[in-house]
Unconditional design. Structure first.
Length: 534
């Protein structure tokens, strides 16, 4: 990495400046920012080609390309003053230094899947540091490792691994367009979780640009910061440039299945049994249960169907033996089972038709289809059949298009201690719930109505889920569980609320790391880690 003379000079001048320089007004801050970036231009890696302001005709399309939630595509959504779509690591360094110098805030975006749009919206004047151009994936097949840049998607990662080996995979999320930048930093879970844990449990090194514009790796950042970015979220600590991951063995063929049970078909009994067994089954099997509201047999009648989707690291006959012995209630039949390669299973889980060519994994996101709101919970004791029936009734009464994902824990997840990485939700959980409601462009009143309905439903779940704290999953970002006002000083009291829900006992150590690496809280958003106890 070449660091230009002007970069070094401006680092020096920033260090010499007093900490609390006054915040200039917007156009002035933008001018200073822009000018500073120009000063960092190098003929070999010109930064000007990475800078988009509203004057550039493609500004709007670049902004929208990585907006996953239409809720944040409205005219009222605050827009960035500029987008820096870094094409070189030096552009990331310059953006951090110049934003700090000009008093402009930044939002860092990799795949843009943040549920609350925190990677591309803000209530304070801001620029987006966009990582989608930095997406190389270098696989070292001998050592079974890979360096993956932040802007790569999970689909690209899965595809590239499969081109190198039929016997290797990586534990990460199910949606192929997710960016590894945000996803790994928040934990990253998928259907290999019971076997291999989370993405962060398989990250062995990382490169990050810190608040001083320096590029650090595991060795130079130290174990505390390396610990923090594995589950504590990237956006509080610096800009993740790339991750080094350890690939994991997968069999040449895995087995997948889908089974759909309505209430009439005994879904309640099956789900009740699922709660007891899904977390205790051998770790080669992962069965997700998805209770969803569906049309009933009569017109305008709603009911609940529970959709089970399974992943087994082995062949059909072994899966059948296992399910017949331990989970007969599921009613799995040989005809439900499909054997395929691991990379094909990624496509199956992403809901593409069987037989879809694997290069669909290389597709970059299309324009967001719907507006949505999501929330999360952890369940530590089995919900009774009566409880399940109440839950179904509450769902039906909601008058909302919504579903839940119940993801089984156990296996490897129970073997890793809560403090091993910043991600704390480990042993003691039977499963994690995701709540998800979606709708179209029907205006703010419909949006508010639907969000409030999902909140009511979440409130109705209180007695079944974790408490003290009511835990939540950082990657399922939810501003309802507490946030700070990003336009003024963060309040430690507010941050403690979401901090304990997302990080439990790890919150304090995250605050300590933050105080060390970003004491003046440059890397800040509505739910970032505060830099001090004020
Ligand atoms: C359809 C869908 C399916 C999903 N499925 C799963 C799943 O199966 N498993 C799972 O664990 N999660 C899942 N998620 C959640 C997903 O993991 C998180 O939204 C994740 O944060 C997305 O990462 P991103 O880079 O795409 O998002 P972004 O919106 O770009 O970023 C998310 C957060 O990380 C920060 N950030 C992004 N890049 C960097 C960087 N390079 N350095 C520092 N900070 C950065 C952003 O500022 C923001 O705060 C899903 C989300 C969606 C929308
Ligand atoms: C945006 O416009 C400016 C000024 O016209 C130009 O210098 C810059 O290269 C443009 N950005 C891109 C990404 O084309
Ligand atoms: C955008 O264009 C207008 C006029 O066309 C100009 O005044 C302004 O300085 C430009 N802004 C940027 C950031 O280039
Ligand atoms: C594998 O790792 C070792 C030690 O980290 C390194 O010396 C070696 O070059 C790596 N192998 C390859 C093929 O890069
Ligand atoms: C499950 O079955 C219900 C009722 O037959 C149906 O409405 C729903 O679409 C099915 N869900 C899936 C994912 O197949
Ligand atoms: C469910 O019923 C509604 C009308 O009540 C209809 O508009 C909708 O298309 C139906 N959905 C499905 C998946 O059949
Ligand atoms: C049934 O589950 C138990 C507990 O996890 C496990 O030890 C056993 O191997 C399973 N049975 C089969 C046939 O896989
Ligand atoms: C939204 O609700 C407000 C207050 O109830 C009402 O005044 C407004 O007309 C509604 N807007 C739309 C688009 O329906
Ligand atoms: C955040 O704080 C600013 C300045 O103190 C204030 O103007 C704004 O209304 C606050 N926003 C919220 C959502 O509380
Ligand atoms: C900061 O924002 C919070 C809302 O989140 C508000 O209650 C508080 O008064 C604000 N403080 C200042 C100094 O503006």
């Amino acid at each position: 990495m070449k660091v230009s003379v002007s970069l070094i000079l401006s680092v020096a001048s920033i260090i010499l400046l007093p900490f609390a320089w006054p915040l200039p007004d917007q156009p002035q801050a933008l001018d200073i920012f822009h000018q500073c970036l120009q000063n960092h231009n190098s003929p070999s890696n010109p930064i000007s080609e990475s800078i988009y302001t509203p004057n550039n005709s493609s500004f709007q399309s670049v902004l929208m390309a990585y907006v996953k939630n239409r809720r944040f595509l409205t005219a009222e959504t605050p827009k960035p003053l500029a987008i820096i779509a870094a094409k070189d690591e030096s552009h990331v360094q310059a953006t951090v230094l110049c934003a700090k110098y000009s008093g402009l805030k930044i939002r860092i975006r990799s795949g843009g899947h943040d549920y609350e749009g925190l990677s591309y919206t803000s209530t304070v004047p801001f620029a987006i540091l966009d990582m989608f151009n930095l997406r190389s994936i270098d696989i070292d097949i001998t050592n079974q490792t890979a360096w993956v840049q932040a802007g790569a998607t999970l689909g690209e990662l899965y595809y590239k691994i499969s081109k190198k080996s039929k016997f290797l995979g990586f534990p990460a999320g199910v949606c192929p367009t997710i960016g590894v930048g945000g996803h790994f930093a928040g934990g990253g879970y998928g259907n290999l979780m019971r076997k291999y844990g989370l993405s962060v449990d398989n990250v062995v090194d990382a490169q990050i640009v810190d608040v001083g514009g320096r590029i650090l790796d595991r060795k130079s950042m130290g174990e505390d910061l390396f610990w923090a970015i594995r589950g504590g979220g990237g956006a509080s600590f610096g800009v993740i440039l790339s991750w080094k991951i350890k690939l994991v063995p997968v069999p040449k063929k895995v087995t997948v299945f889908k089974i759909n049970k309505t209430l009439e078909q005994g879904a309640t009994d099956v789900v009740h049994r699922w709660q007891n067994v899904a977390h205790t089954l051998p770790e080669d099997i992962f069965i997700r249960a998805m209770p969803m509201i569906v049309n009933g047999s009569r017109e305008n009648e709603k009911t609940v169907a529970v959709f089970f989707i399974g992943m087994f690291l082995g062949q059909t006959k072994n899966l059948m033996t296992l399910v017949e012995k331990n989970f007969t209630e599921l009613g799995l039949q040989i005809k439900d089972c499909i054997e395929m390669s691991w990379v094909e299973s990624a496509i199956f889980w992403a809901d593409f038709a069987v037989g879809t060519p694997v290069d669909v994994l290389l597709n970059r996101p299309k324009e967001a289809k719907s507006s949505f709101k999501s929330k999360s919970d952890y369940v530590k004791s089995v919900i009774s059949k009566e409880g399940l029936e109440k839950i179904w009734k509450n769902m039906i009464d909601l008058d909302l298009i919504m579903w839940m994902q119940w993801n089984p824990y156990g296996g490897r997840m129970s073997e890793i201690s809560e403090s091993e990485t910043a991600f704390p939700h480990r042993a003691g959980n039977l499963f994690k719930i995701q709540y998800f409601a979606s709708w179209g462009d029907q205006g703010i009143n419909v949006t508010n109505r639907n969000i409030n309905k999902l909140r009511d439903f979440y409130a109705s779940m209180t007695s079944y889920v974790s408490s003290g704290p009511r835990e939540a999953f950082l990657n399922y970002r939810d501003l309802d569980i507490g946030s700070i006002n990003s336009s003024n000083q963060s309040s430690f009291k507010d941050a403690q609320v979401y901090g304990f829900k997302y990080f439990k006992g790890n919150f304090q150590r995250l605050v300590d790391v933050k105080a060390k690496v970003d004491p003046h809280n440059f890397f800040k958003n509505e739910q970032s880690i505060p830099s001090a106890k004020y």
